[in-house]
Design a binder for this molecule. Sequence first.
Ligand SMILES: Cc1ncc(COP(=O)(O)O)c(C=O)c1O
Length: 300
Amino acid sequence: MQRRTFLRAATGLAALKADSINRARAAAPSVNDRTPEQAARDEDFWREIQQAFTVDRNIINLNNGGVCPSPKVVQDAMRRQLEFSNVAPAYTMWTVLEPEIESVRARLAASFGCDPEEMAITRNASEALEIAQLGIDLKPGDEVLTTDQDYPRMITTWQQRERRDSIKLKMISFPTPPPSMDDLYQRFERAITPRTRVIHFCHITNLTGQIFPVKKICQMARSRGIEAIVDGAHAYAQFPFKHEDLDCDYYGTSLHKWLLAPHGTGFLYVRKSKIEKLWPMMAAPASMNANIRKFEEIGT
Ligand SMILES: Cc1ncc(COP(=O)(O)O)c(C=O)c1O
């Protein structure tokens, strides 16, 4: 989903009739037929969008990727839910609000193009990816392949497994920009050995915005019995795609980046056939082994 599409979708929520959002909705069609460059220069359009946010106009913030300001309508909803939660927490949080996670799961799954039973809601991309990274059974000597431009926390996670489980992390390098998508693909292919068990890479890197040929790498990995984890922190909702365009086994992303969802939200996609063997980061009962909700057993 693109920002423009998101703004239109967000403004379609009947319950959220804030004037600021109505103004953004009214402005959105004016850039429909224009190039991003033309839209970027239209100060009248951006003034209308600005009204949907509460950002400090004294600061020029160029990092909306790491964490995005939530639109006012999202902040209002969070405040409303927080107040409602505190009315009678054991009832309002557990009995009323918690079951509503299922409608969020269904809508996120529809947007990503997967079965809701493959969609776990997490607190961010770090948690989603670490569930996959720490939850796959690996033996000493097993190899994990990633790049030296992957996200530092995700590399740290594999390095901790190196110390703890004696696995081996191999990091490939690539020039920026790379000569071609095929060149990126071949760098992974060349680095595979008989001990490679996992390939972990970014859909789009945070450092340079390099996009990877995700589907080609994932399908090559699968044909060799290697699992593919894709870090989608900067891809989801920045440009349109569905799971079928990626064909990965695991996909982790934050929702507080390009989707402009509340801070502290993310999702983990796990291919259905992989759920049972993936350990949750926080313990869940054996009866939940094949249940995607085992990754959400984090307490209150
Ligand atoms: C590529 C990449 N992966 C993972 C993350 C972690 O995201 P979060 O801090 O929302 O968990 C980030 C954060 O910017 C990122 O850029």
